[in-house]
Design a protein around this ligand. Structure first.
Ligand SMILES: C[S@@+](CC[C@H](N)C(=O)[O-])C[C@H]1O[C@@H](n2cnc3c(N)ncnc32)[C@H](O)[C@@H]1O
Ligand code: SF4
Length: 475
């Protein structure tokens, strides 16, 4: 890995990578879960009674998805399980309830500022299951502030009016719908069976019922042209939807797109052109850009709605409690200037494993990671970069350090390449810099990833040494 301790080295690194397809290395968490260790501790050890910060976010996971051909919609990198039948959902809700009971005492005083029910595909649930899930959540959170935003995620064809009504009647305030593509031919490459009419109908019903609505689209898709993208965005803006999330396709893992459609991907130059074309079109349509991928319709006089996790503009850390299969919790240390940076945990990504631990009365954690103060600074810096600027005073206040000094060669190199502007108050991304956030993040994390990788392999070598020594000692 290159050493980016000087401006020329950082500049060379950035320049070389400007021409590659972007890889979003912090999609889920920093550092990557591949460095996390087995279940040494769990959320309840890290937050002993009386130490909970009331303000937090709550994530609730539902793992199932309609089975597609190719599998996992051809591109998806999230852990999910194939949906087979209704019984699966009941078994899962029972398990979720058991996990929730383990937190009951702890959550008495929690005041989540938002609840996100994600997946997977939570709108696979039937009409009668929404009261059960939502009452289960509220039953564990007696201090939940009234009017807390509650978002439920799903796919277009499963948002029936009856379901939306049941969600609304039980406190859901907003839906988030993954459309990805509106063009039938492009959509078919992913094996998803939705039609554009499902997207527009759900947007209309959500508006009629007073539910907030976000639609996810992906650009940089195999065979996609700027013309496809423009048509999708124009049609979606014409629907009046409040929020559009426009993600660049992340190609990776053993997905069908990575293995079988690489040749059909638009070139890195064309993907960049798509990003800027979309940002311009959305601005013309009255959508304000909040992050590199979030666009919110500007409604004169409207109160701010959902608190977007990616739109942070400060370094105040708060807890994320995550509940269910593969859910990721985050407990940053609130006194991180003196102590270590807190913990993050992931629940089991294997459904029998998740059920098995719960049956044994255990918290269903698969692995966790104790962040160092440097890890915490980086993970919060990455979130702030998503919000398109970094407030230097907030960084200093929280970490007693100067962010401009700490990563000076990288900021300088980025500034020379026109990716950001530096002032004593803030680091502000230029439009090009906003598009290059994944690359800037990768440059910033380089030194720390090297240290973590070395420590990881040293541990593996030590463990292998212990096994060899054990074998040698055997009779
Ligand atoms: C975890 S998915 C769940 C939503 C729902 N199951 C669906 O498919 O619409 C949330 C969003 O992540 C985005 N996503 C998933 N895989 C992606 C990838 N490889 N690159 C970019 N975005 C991706 C999609 O836009 C998707 O709507
Ligand atoms: S994109 Fe959505 S529906 Fe498809 S596999 Fe991923 S989570 Fe499931």
């Amino acid at each position: 890995m290159p050493n980016l301790n000087s401006v020329p080295a950082a500049r060379r690194y950035l320049e070389t990578n400007l021409h590659q397809r972007q890889v979003n290395k912090v999609l889920h968490s920093f550092p990557s879960p591949r460095f996390w260790k087995d279940r040494e501790r769990g959320p309840l050890d890290v937050r002993p009674p009386g130490t909970d910060a009331p303000s937090c976010e709550l994530y609730v996971a539902l793992p199932f998805c309609l089975v597609t051909q190719p599998s996992h919609c051809g591109y998806c990198l999230f852990p999910t399980e194939g949906y087979q039948n209704q019984d699966q959902l009941e078994v899962y809700l029972n398990a979720l309830e058991r996990e929730g009971e383990q937190y009951r005492e702890r959550w008495q005083a929690l005041e989540p500022r938002s609840i996100f029910i994600g997946g997977g595909t939570p709108n696979l649930l039937k009409v009668h299951q929404y009261p059960r899930l939502l009452n289960m959540i509220y039953g564990l959170l007696p201090s939940l502030p009234p009017g807390t935003p509650v978002t439920l995620e799903g796919i277009p064809q499963l948002f029936s009016r009856d379901k939306l009504l049941a969600m609304k009647d039980h406190g859901v305030t907003r839906i988030s719908m993954g459309a990805q593509q509106l063009d039938a031919g492009l959509s078919r490459l992913s094996g998803r069976m939705q039609q554009p009419k499902h997207v527009f109908q759900a947007v209309e019903w959500a508006a009629e019922l007073g539910l907030g609505c976000n639609v996810d689209l992906i650009y940089g898709w195999p065979q996609q042209t700027p013309a496809h993208m423009r048509r999708d965005l124009q049609d979606l803006m014409a629907s009046g939807v409040q929020h559009i999330t426009h993600y660049e396709l992340n190609v990776g893992g053993a997905t069908d797109f990575a293995l079988n459609h690489r040749d059909e991907l638009p070139s890195p130059e064309l993907v960049r052109e798509m990003y800027f074309g979309a940002a311009e079109l959305l601005a013309q349509g009255g959508y304000a850009q909040l992050t590199p991928s979030d666009f919110q319709k500007v409604e004169p006089g409207a109160a701010p709605g959902f608190v977007y996790e990616e739109c942070r503009r400060s370094f105040d850390a708060h807890d994320v409690w995550a509940w269910g299969y593969a859910a990721i919790s985050d407990f940053p240390n609130h006194h991180h200037s003196q102590e270590a940076g807190g913990w993050t945990f992931m629940n089991q990504r294997n459904l029998p494993g998740y059920y098995g631990l719960l049956n044994d009365g255990k918290i269903p954690v698969e692995c966790g990671y104790a962040r160092s103060p440097a890890d915490l600074r980086l993970s919060l810096l990455f979130r702030n970069l998503q919000s398109l600027s970094v407030d230097t005073a907030s960084y200093r206040h929280n970490f007693e350090r100067d962010v401009l000094e700490e990563f000076s060669p990288i900021w300088q190199a980025c500034a020379e390449l026109g990716l950001l502007h530096i002032s004593p108050e803030a680091i502000r991304l230029t439009p090009e810099g906003a598009y290059r956030v994944p690359l800037i993040q990768t440059a910033l994390m380089q030194g720390r990833v090297e240290e973590i990788t070395e420590a990881h392999f040293a541990q593996l070598r030590a463990a292998a040494g212990r096994v060899d020594a054990g074998r040698g000692a055997a009779p």
